[in-house]
Write a protein of this length. Structure first.
Length: 121
């Protein structure tokens, strides 16, 4: 007899266990049962909304730590006691991450422009 798992419990386990394999093991059901539930548009949208909330919270936490991280690297770069190699590594980290940020921001901007153009077409 198949085990009945509520949508709420399945959502919880998918989020806590990080995916279908862990959730299936924790709930004692098959991955196929989970995949079938994920085909339901209502359940799928609930799952995606819950994932979005978690990602937003993680992004907010990381954003709050950015100032401290950049400050730490700047402190190392300006430190009289740090070796030149360590100062270069700190500077390189700042430049690398800044470059990634600029690239990502440009991609997002271009995607927004493409989506707006598609909406207006």
């Amino acid at each position: 007899m198949a085990k009945k798992v509520t949508d709420e419990k399945l959502l919880e386990m998918l989020l806590v266990c990080g995916g279908t394999g862990g959730a299936a093991s924790a709930l004692g059901i098959s991955r196929n049962a989970i995949y079938k539930r994920l085909q339901d548009p209502v359940f799928r949208s609930q799952y995606e909304a819950a994932q979005g909330i978690i990602l937003s919270a993680a992004a907010a936490s990381l954003t709050a730590a950015l100032d401290d991280a950049v400050g730490c690297l700047r402190d190392v770069m300006g430190s009289c006691s740090a070796s030149p190699a360590i100062k270069i590594q700190a500077a390189n980290a700042i430049l690398t991450h800044c470059n990634r940020y600029v690239e990502s921001a440009n991609i997002v901007r271009r995607l927004d422009e493409l989506e707006e153009a598609a909406d207006n077409a």
